[in-house]
Design a protein around this ligand. Structure first.
Ligand SMILES: [Zn+2]
Length: 413
């Protein structure tokens, strides 16, 4: 049987030999459980012309050293890749679309690049009493140790020659830590640094475009290409810029925003879809409707549908029924005595000069109006003025001992 590395027998030594032979462009021929190593380079004279029993590799340190010398003779820093790593963007496309859906629209890849991120493997050979063993120490491009978990996720334990040569200038320098941090627990006269290998792993960076008619929004993503292609990592949800809600299904609201389903609600009045931030609940009816359908009560500041407002019998202002008691709004029930010098009384008497005759004022205000009651000798006058313009909105009077007001009966003489 003719095969590329790795050979049928596995284990750190067999894996290393198989990988090194493949890196040199050679092959392993396995016959009856024994290997014959064939180097393909014309200029390589393979010194091991006898078949090797894979079980005997631990007694062949000179084979491991020869392979390492051949590799570093070609390049001081051999460069490898995880076996089966993604090499083309087209291998990713279907995987990056898969989590997303656009109602009545589509998803497309608006750009994606695959770049190399480098790891470094330092291999140490230990020979002890004729038995040899290998150990690898891994560092990332910044010299930080690589966890077993990451090594496993990225397939760093199963290396292969790169499908296309990676030029030396594209490989960053070996971080100092990686060069100096072999497995020193095995340091000793029979421990030798065999070689350092650069490993290029594909990192994807791209942008998805979610399209609905002439409208589109974008989502950037990045990650290890291998993990995206085998769906072992979740691509990010789209985040609605208006609401902060996240999701994978995009819809278009009636008001034209293309966003995630989670950011959309329905107006109970119109049945149209809106961003949830554009919806609010009427404090009286409990209906969730578009905000522009609601008004704010000038006293409680709560939102309510206009037709739910109730007119105060005293000031005539239309307010939330929740601030009405005994047919009067909270402002009218809580008029407070103020001196003539109160700036609001000064304003009122400037706007309504006839009111200067009145003494002993009480006043309250809402977001919209000033409500003032001034007392004369025999009568009381109620004045309701627009806070902004001081326009007189209501004038009423009553006899000193009367409870009910007579509206629009004229100002004090
Ligand atoms: Zn009132």
């Amino acid at each position: 049987m003719m095969m590329n590395a790795p050979p049928a027998t596995t284990g750190p030594l067999a894996d290393f030999v198989g990988w090194a032979i493949a890196m040199l462009g050679g092959q392993v021929v396995a016959t009856d459980g024994r290997w014959t190593l064939l180097a393909s380079d014309d200029d390589v004279e393979f010194p091991f012309d006898q078949p090797i029993d894979p079980a005997e590799l631990s007694h062949r340190p000179e084979l491991l050293q020869w392979l390492a010398r051949r590799l570093t003779h070609r390049s001081p820093l051999p460069c490898s890749v995880p076996r089966g790593d993604v090499q083309r963007v087209s291998e990713l496309a279907t995987h990056v679309y898969q989590p997303y859906e656009v109602a009545d629209g589509n998803v497309r890849l608006a750009g994606c690049t695959l770049g190399n991120r480098f790891f470094f493997r330092e291999t140490v050979l230990r020979v002890d009493g004729g038995e040899c063993s290998l150990s690898h120490c891994w560092r990332d491009g910044q010299g930080a140790p690589v966890s077993d978990e990451l090594r496993s996720r990225l397939g760093l334990d199963r290396l292969a020659p790169p499908p296309r040569p990676i030029p030396e200038h594209a490989i960053p320098p070996v971080p100092v830590d990686a060069r100096s941090s072999g497995d020193r627990s095995q340091a000793g006269a029979d421990t030798t640094h065999l070689l350092t290998t650069a490993v290029a792993v594909k990192w994807a960076e791209g942008k998805l475009e979610f399209v609905h008619g002439s409208q589109s929004v974008f989502l950037e993503f990045s990650g290890w290409a291998r993990e995206i292609s085998d769906s072992s990592v979740s691509l990010p949800p789209y985040t609605c810029p208006h609401t902060g809600r996240q999701g994978y299904r995009l819809v278009r609201t009636a008001t034209g925003e293309l966003t995630v389903q989670e950011a959309v609600g329905e107006c109970a009045l119109s049945g149209q879809t809106h961003l949830i931030t554009n919806l609010a609940t009427c404090v009286v009816s409990g209906l969730r409707v578009a905000r522009d359908q609601l008004e704010r009560c000038p006293i409680s500041h709560e939102l309510l549908l206009p037709h739910e407002r109730t007119a105060c019998r005293q000031c005539g202002e239309r307010v939330s029924p929740l601030v009405i008691a005994d047919q009067r709004c909270r402002a009218c029930r809580q008029l407070e005595p103020v001196p003539l010098s109160d700036p609001r009384i000064v304003q009122i008497t400037e706007a309504v000069p006839q009111a200067r005759r009145l003494r002993r004022w009480t006043i309250a205000e809402t977001d919209r109006v000033l409500i003032a009651v001034g007392k004369g000798w025999w009568h009381q006058w109620l004045l309701v003025l627009d806070r902004q313009t001081l326009a007189l909105k209501r004038c009423a009077h009553r006899g000193r001992w009367k409870r009910s007001w007579t509206v629009d009966a004229g100002l004090p003489d």
